[in-house]
Design a protein around this ligand. Structure first.
Ligand code: CP
Length: 324
């Protein structure tokens, strides 16, 4: 794998390979092997033009657990504020020896531009670009669903027939886009639920069913209900219902949580707006996988960095190099 830019073009075989290598990585963490020598001598640059807690820190943890060196770049406080371009910023970091660049950017397509421009030779990982995609979030979500479904017997499996409902601000959500493509590739049936004004114009091209009524979606007893963050920072007041109305009609409150089948899991990529799209009762319930998703994020990002940087084809059914 040279780059990871999206899930729309990720093949089923590559997706399963990432999830399986992530299983190996998760096993090492369970066995308290805190550090693997696999990427010793490699440098991973976290290039973040937008804020992040989970993604940036888990990429840093993932790289360090593989013994890579990590350089953290945040646009805030950098020469970006003096007008330095993406090209010059990236080339500056490449000159410091970057082998992989993990980029989050407000502009959809920025990671692809970086990967295809020839400005740098490093592998590029999309850590969230505008409203386009967030592939490692979708991979860690799929890993969490697969783990809940198959437990220790997850390797090699897809999500065939799993019913996943994604609820909320689909319009602005790169998490929703990446999940829809990846889940469809893995055989899941995806339903989207959103206010009509928060549905993207091109949604008819997505491999998903659209509903506007959350109670109707919950009656169908999905295997996983994924609540999306309302992205108030990207919202235009003209098309957002009031927060009170949104919460009443599309929020996962305690009554809806009760109506959901007891086997359904509740997911959220974080950060959460508690009391808006998700109640504290739902976020903290036994059915919530919110913190599990964060833990799995480190294993999935270790797998992605390993596959990008190990320089050797990973063979199916073999542990990654350096994994005891
Ligand atoms: N889920 C997610 O991308 O969270 P951060 O914005 O904190 O990285």
């Amino acid at each position: 794998m040279r780059h990871l830019l999206d899930t729309q073009t990720l093949s089923r075989a590559d997706a399963i390979q990432i999830l399986d290598v992530a299983e190996d990585m998760a096993d090492t963490q369970l066995r308290e092997v805190r550090k693997l020598p696999t990427l010793r001598g490699k440098t991973v640059v976290n290039l973040f033009f937008e804020d992040s807690t989970r993604t940036r820190i888990s990429f840093e943890a993932a790289a360090k657990r593989l013994s890579a060196d990590v350089i953290n770049f945040s646009a805030k406080g950098s020469s970006v504020s003096k007008g330095e371009s993406l090209q010059d910023t990236a080339q500056t970091l490449q000159a410091m020896g970057a082998d992989a660049v993990v980029i989050r950017h407000g502009a959809s397509g920025a990671p692809r531009t970086l990967a295809s421009s020839g400005w740098i030779t490093a592998g590029v990982v999309n850590a969230g670009d505008g409203t386009h995609e967030h592939p490692t979030q979708a991979l860690l979500d799929a890993f969490t669903m697969r783990k809940r479904r198959f437990g220790a017997d997850s390797r090699g499996r897809d999500l065939d027939g799993m019913r996943v409902t994604i609820v909320g601000d689909v319009l602005h959500s790169r998490v929703a886009r990446s999940n829809v493509w990846l889940l469809a590739t893995l055989g899941a049936e995806v339903t989207l639920v959103a206010p009509p004004t928060l549905v993207p114009q091109d949604v008819s091209l997505w491999p998903a069913t659209i509903l506007y009524n959350l109670d109707e979606a919950i009656e169908r007893r999905p295997d996983a209900l994924m609540m999306l963050r309302i992205q108030l920072e990207r919202m235009n007041a003209a098309y957002f219902p009031t927060e009170r109305e949104y919460s009443r009609r599309w929020g996962l409150d305690p009554l809806r949580l009760e109506a959901l089948g007891s086997d359904s899991i509740v997911m959220h990529p974080g950060p959460m707006n508690r009391g808006l799209e998700i109640s504290a009762a739902a976020a903290d319930s036994a059915r919530s996988t919110v913190l599990e998703q964060v833990t799995h994020g480190v294993s999935v990002r270790m797998a992605v960095l390993y596959l990008l940087l190990s320089g050797s084809e990973h063979e199916a059914n073999t542990a990654p190099n350096g994994v005891p």
